[in-house]
Design a protein around this ligand. Sequence first.
Ligand code: KG4
Ligand code: ZN
Length: 354
Amino acid sequence: MEKKSQQRELILAFESSCDETSVAVVENGDTILSNVIASQINSQKRFGGVVPEVASRHHVEQVTLCAEEAMTQAGVTYADLTAVAVTYGPGLVGALLIGVSAAKAVAFAHQLPLVPVNHMAGHIYAARLVKPLTYPLLALLVSGGHTEIVYMRAAGEFEIIGDTRDDAAGEAFDKVGRVLNLTYPAGKKIDELAKQGQDTFDFPRAMIKEANYDFSFSGLKSAFINTVHNAEQRGEELSRADLAASFQASVIDVIVTKTMRAVHEYGVKQLVMAGGVAANSGLRARFQQEIAAQTPDVDFVVPPLRLCADNGAMIGAAAHVFYHQGIRADGHLNAKPGLSFDYMTPARQAELVN
Ligand code: KG4
Ligand code: ZN
């Protein structure tokens, strides 16, 4: 069943953990042959967020079309494939199940190995589509559901050294966006508004001085909401651009300060930033500035915008590593909505799968 002699390693990868259905073909873990993404943003906008039932229905409608399109664009046949990979967690259970079922069906029908992938590992390995990863490295994962600092001593070894105590960074952007009447997801619009404003409100920088790598964004969100509501009650109009700039400055200050402290302490070769919020232009610029000033030998890697958001290619890139570490799933693979990698080695990962 395993095609060991094959030179061209081709992985067909499925991603359906949240609101994008995506299927990609990745060659040798670093080259994207296709990366088809069917976004549901237009229907989620109507509800102001991701409604799990709506997301699942979209995935069902899209997954086969995306897989066929990914194969066509890549110009390969099922017989050419080396393995099939799929995100099995964390994420929305009904959404994950669609990708897992589709991947299992393809693997079974074409007698291919099935490689299970943790969505967050996928976000980190998106950087492998840009350049080789050098260990040890730190990865900052900032998305709608996660704000984590992950230490990687070697390929496939993950240790979460910092996490959010409440809201994830992207969630804070989206909640604050609602108060500003921005459509979901609001991160990109706040980023644009912030460019036109100044940090005039001096919102709190939660946990910035604490001797750990954890984050908390709920206090900032409350301070923001209170500021807007108090002004409304007084009939005052606040500058939306200054509000956005002040909110974003607080998020960036905390994230960059704590991450840079970890970069010093762990003595890493690379800092990888990944996840939807890694698209934030202010965050990128500030990291570039701090790395250049404080640790110019550390290589800062951020995937291009389209690879920061959820996509199948990042799952294919991670699956390449896991495939060579012998991590496999079978027909019993199930979706694991709460899947984490607090401390994960290849051996432990293999144990947790089935
Ligand atoms: O990683 P992702 O695509 O999905 C999850 O796995 O969560 O991240 C989506 C999040 C949303 O909260 C969105 O508002 C945020 O990423 N986001 C941004 C920007 N672009 C997307 N946040 C700040 N600045 C941006 N430019
Ligand atoms: Zn994601």
